[in-house]
Design a protein around this ligand. Sequence first.
Ligand code: MYR
Length: 280
Amino acid sequence: MKVAVLTDSTAYIPASIREQWNIHMVPLSVVFGDEVYREELDITAEQFYEKVKHEKELPKTSQPSIGLLTEKLDQLSQSHDDVVCIHLSSGISGTYQTAISAGNMVEGITVHPFDSEISTRVQGLYVIEAAQMASVGASATEIINRLNEMKQSMRAYVMVDDLSHLHRGGRLNGAQALVGSMLQVKPLLHFVDGKIVPFEKIRTRKRAVKRVMELFDEDAKTGKPIVGVVIHGNQEQEAVTFKAELESNYANVEITTSIIGPVIGTHLGEGSFGFGWYVK
Ligand code: MYR
């Protein structure tokens, strides 16, 4: 019973790591006018942030087509019986539902869908765990059970420089009446039931970063092993500094940094910054 692991490009797992762990990927796209760019394949994160600066119109995003997903599942069915499909939150994209629909159309492989209820490399934490389990022969059911267990301790917070991107894309939920006033501040955002909602209104980025550290401390001070990822919209240095500070404060944490790619970058804007983690 060979189990494949499939995710989408918004998990932002570098190709070298995908190859190492046999992780399959379907891309989402950014659309500038009539031009469609599949992220990673047609446009890198760095190229995207540069391009946005020179474009008159802001981009839009699109999920993978059902045709692309059925084609991918069909290929996987040649050598696998099951596939664990881990996608960005169904509360922000139709990708997860489309994977389920594609699974109903393809014969010879059983789709085990997992709604990460998040995105970015935080979603990637689930994907890497699933792929490592698959590599040592775990069944799809064992993998899904483990992912659900991870979800219990998964936490993520993100701040944006300009809330208007999320607002424009219709991905900001909750406290809608506050949006006008919130555009002036740097709210800390998080996911509730797979949707993005304000967590706390914080006036400055410095305070928001400090607040994330306090929230992290609640888990880190237990001494339990923690895996985390710092995500950033083209703010490499800030991410590296944040990671170094956490690693110097706690011996039990393993942290990576990850640039937020074009699709999620369209909705968060350049300058976004966040941190996600789970207790191992
Ligand atoms: C699509 O067009 O289907 C993609 C829509 C993506 C919406 C992204 C919304 C922002 C996600 C923030 C992720 C932060 C993770 C900690």
